[in-house]
Design a protein around this ligand. Sequence first.
Ligand SMILES: C[S@@+](CC[C@H](N)C(=O)[O-])C[C@H]1O[C@@H](n2cnc3c(N)ncnc32)[C@H](O)[C@@H]1O
Length: 234
Amino acid sequence: MLNSILKNAAPVEVSEGIFSVLDESRQQTGFDRKVLGYDALVGNRFYNKLLWGNWPSTYHKFCETALAQSVDKPVIDVGCGSLVFTANAYAQSDNQTIVLLDRSLGMLKRARERLKKIRGSAPDNISFLQGDVFDLPFADNTFGSIMSAGLLHMFDKKKDILKEFERVRDDNGSIALSSVVGNTGIGRKYLALLEKTGQTGKSDTSESLNNLLNSMSLDYKLCTQGNVAYIESL
Ligand SMILES: C[S@@+](CC[C@H](N)C(=O)[O-])C[C@H]1O[C@@H](n2cnc3c(N)ncnc32)[C@H](O)[C@@H]1O
């Protein structure tokens, strides 16, 4: 399946069932070492509720909604991580063609293991691909639904990411993104810490993210819950 939608890229299998379009020199990332810690902290319900004002079930529903947007075109989750919130949604969608893309091989391995555990075997309809959000290896207009949760806030060059999503989205396709934002004092403080330690880009509020979308004339709506902005194409 992957080969039919890739643009000028020959993916290499770098781990069982996981392919990469990155040079060998770019296949390791800092996230590889953080996978278990990420799952334990970020997957914790109370961490999410207290810091970001959301229960994990909201992230799960967001993913289910994004999946439901495309019936006959492929779906992609960019920066899918370890599927700590979304594994069940993907495990249930066995009649869709799905690409789970992440820069971290460690995250992809964990994601695949999770799905195998739920489904009993690796799902045939899902491809695991190591790649870079700034250079998605797909032809224009490929995807019926593009989802990306918790990736946007990691970078300052958000416009480049949004342009890349627009490029690979089918004319009738949809985009669903989430980003943590510093709307409240606790969110701002935590994001300042993440920014200082190089884990995120310059932090946004819902308002500054909305301004960015407007400056690009993107027909998106942004809704906020706590310190998470949910952005969907209209
Ligand atoms: C905060 S985590 C979010 C993971 C997942 N979407 C979730 O909600 O749990 C961000 C993810 O983006 C991935 N990532 C970082 N830089 C990336 C890049 N340049 N291209 C694609 N993925 C990237 C990381 O490896 C990590 O899995």
